[in-house]
Design a protein around this ligand. Sequence first.
Ligand SMILES: [Zn+2]
Length: 340
Amino acid sequence: MAAAADTAEHIKERTTGELRTFAKRNSQRWNRSLIASVLGPTPNTSPSTRLSGRTRGSETASSLDKILAGDNPLKLETGAADWWTVHRGLSPVLGTAIHNGHGVRSAVDALLAISDDDRLREEDPFTEFVIRDVPNRIVFHRSRFEVDLNRARQAAVYLSPEQAWGMDIWSDKPAPETIEDSLRVHDDYYSMLRQVLRGLEERHGRFVVLDVHSYNHRRGGPNAAPSDPETAPDINIGTFSMDRERWAHVVEPFIATLRTFEFRGHRMDVRENVAFEGRGEQTRFIHEAFPETGCAIAVELKKFFMDEWTGLPDRAALVAMRAMIRSTLPILEDGLQATT
Ligand SMILES: [Zn+2]
């Protein structure tokens, strides 16, 4: 028992110490209350009121201790049969993490030649964690190698190497029925998405979708130089399929807010349509289905918050990214309200 108590005490001390260094190292944008605001339960009031009151203060402090001590899992627990998870809350902002999934159903798994590690490298692990404070959110639990929701239906199962970064991913090509079973999940996802978005439209008039992804910047190997930062911003905002003028008053303050966020001594380098243009199926679908009411922003985070070769997360960077996304919510909501 004594040993267990020592360990708990040790964790507490280490956590407090880490937190102090953490807060000291970073600017006022990245302070204790912002960290704490990330870790509180998802509230349905404006962020400025979320931390008021003694009870809430102590609750968030204890959640904060937990996350820094490692009690708050960076990965969502999911079952083998799960397709996706939807959370609904009081806000016109929806976050999605459609490439977060790593699961593959056994009929497909049996045919895959690609290793687990290679798959993981092209998926977007931890993007679910980054959007965990967005009141509405959808996380897809299947791997993009089973079905890629961000490709049009006819290209959503990678059958040729050109569709999959030059890799031949199959040891045996899937039968037409197997492919069709995967594509039906694509159909079901989009019918669910349409319904969720219709609900947001009915309640709020307009909505914003943050379609969150991540991208590799060390394709040359773990020891090779990373991609040139000139062409690889920390955050790439993709607006290709958007009526950019219609949504300028939402997108521009969003980008400006991201740019003010400091982490480890530098401000986020946020640029539009540089590494990617947001040509994915999900944003295309949203702008087609909700041309006047839906603003879908593709957000590509460079994988500086993890080691893309080992798959290991950088917890502090992930907590910061989560705080950053959280800090944009009032800006997005204000922008939508200003829509005429
Ligand atoms: Zn992605």
